[in-house]
Design a protein around this ligand. Structure first.
Ligand code: AMP
Length: 418
């Protein structure tokens, strides 16, 4: 029996892993520049954590969670998103006492039982930020700015921020009612279950993936019509701050986000290169979540950016991320050369050169073939004759040129040749 990776999961092969490493490095560098410290949380949590935070009616909780009992009958869930675990940890370890601001970042897998397609997987990965204790429009704008800079640094052109405000709870009642009024005819023909779900959380109708629902909801009143003054002012300030930072954005009432915990600011960044799954990331303000999960009232704003989607766009635009190169392959033309080559390998690595040492003692031709397959820039070859004279043949594998170099000068020589 030959096994396959489970449906909706991907192996990151050695030929691609450098792209992940580069992207994660780019994210970590930005997080450092903006003062976000990395947090790592477990890959599974108590199921209740996600039901509490994302909301029972969210697609994630109602349809997509990988939930299982462990051997003691406890219900656990593979994390379908990383914000709730982060906030659980913040509360558990008191990482953001009242009156302070805490900036956190993460790189994490997420698990969702969804129909796999391009850009949508059952295990995918996110990089994300949470700014806790920040209530201002500046905090919202900062998170959006780091997000945008991330795509900018990666070389994703044409990424556009779509911004919206869902208002505070107080303005939602009227908005919810307006959505239900708009959807009344459509809902009348739907199942009792669909109707009940829509009535419980009408916002779900606005970000449904179902084409019929989407059509029915076209022309629904925008939430901005129901915003209170404070929310409107916040939205205006964020726009002014984004303009000041030179970040292109559009106001989009269609951005409502799939999880229940958002308050006021919500945003996504989309790319025209992604097709149906065009969202590169999603984020927003979630002022009630920390309290909901047992902590002190703490305003917060965050973002989660899909790694696979960013890599897909980079591939589409033909943007290559640099692959790490092997600098030199050490080939032995005689088994007697092995000790000298091991010594040379240690010295080369100490001086920072990526060095692969042949371990199998196959024919010289096979060793050079292996060096080529690895993309090594140089091969240093040592036979009986070279061993006797304390030299190596240094071959430039791209040009085919070869020079003789004293063993103790190989490192300097390679360094000077870049
Ligand atoms: P969400 O909070 O669901 O909007 O997720 C935030 C971001 O994570 C999305 O914009 C995607 O880039 C990414 N993402 C979410 N779910 C998946 C998935 N099933 N497969 C791949 N990427 C995903």
């Amino acid at each position: 029996m030959r096994f396959q990776a489970p449906r909706g999961t991907n192996d990151v092969l050695p030929s691609e892993s450098h792209r992940w490493i580069e992207l994660e490095g780019c994210f970590r560098e930005l997080a450092r520049l903006y003062g976000y410290a990395e947090i790592r949380t477990p890959d599974f949590e108590d199921t209740e954590l996600f039901v509490r935070s994302s909301g029972e009616t969210s697609d994630v909780v109602s349809k997509e969670m990988y939930t299982f009992p462990d051997k003691s009958g406890r219900s656990l869930t593979l994390k379908p998103e990383a914000t709730a675990p982060t906030i659980r940890a913040v509360v558990q370890h008191s990482l953001c006492p009242p009156g302070t601001v805490s900036r956190l970042s993460y790189i994490s897998p997420i698990f969702r039982y969804d129909r796999p397609q391009k850009g949508r997987y059952r295990q995918s990965h996110q990089v994300g930020l949470e700014l806790l204790g920040g209530a201002s429009a500046e905090a919202d704008a900062e998170v959006i700015e780091v997000t945008f800079r991330f795509y900018e640094r990666l070389g994703i052109e044409g990424a556009a921020v779509r911004l919206n405000s869902l208002g505070r709870e107080e303005c939602r009642a009227a908005f919810r009612q307006a959505i239900l009024d708009h959807a009344r005819t459509f809902l009348a023909a739907e199942s009792d279950e669909a109707r009940a779900k829509a009535e419980k959380n009408p916002l779900r109708l606005l970000d449904s993936k179902d084409e019929d629902v989407r059509q029915a909801m076209a022309g629904a009143p925008p939430v901005t019509r129901f915003l209170e003054d404070d929310s409107r002012k916040r939205l205006d300030s964020i726009q002014a701050l984004l303009t000041e930072a030179g970040i292109p954005f559009t106001l989009d009432p269609g951005v409502v986000r799939g999880l229940d915990y958002y308050t006021e600011t919500v945003f996504e960044v989309h790319s025209t290169r992604l097709g149906a799954q065009s969202a590169l990331c999603g984020g927003g303000r979630y002022d009630h979540l920390v309290k909901e999960l047992g902590g002190p009232p703490t305003p917060a704003v965050g973002v989660a950016m899909g790694i696979e989607r960013a890599l897909l766009v980079l591939e589409e635009v033909g943007k290559s991320l640099p692959a790490p190169a092997i600098d030199v392959y050490l080939a032995q033309a005689t088994p007697d050369a092995a000790p000298a080559l091991r010594k040379l390998a240690r010295e080369l690595r100490r001086s920072g050169l990526a060095t692969v040492l042949d371990t199998e003692g196959r024919s010289l031709k096979a060793q050079i073939g292996q060096a080529d397959r690895l993309g090594a820039r140089y091969a240093a070859i040592l036979g009986d004759e070279e061993l006797g004279r304390g030299v190596a043949q240094l071959r430039d594998l791209r040009r085919g040129e070869q020079v003789e170099v004293p063993l103790d000068a190989v490192a300097t020589r390679l360094r000077s040749m870049g």
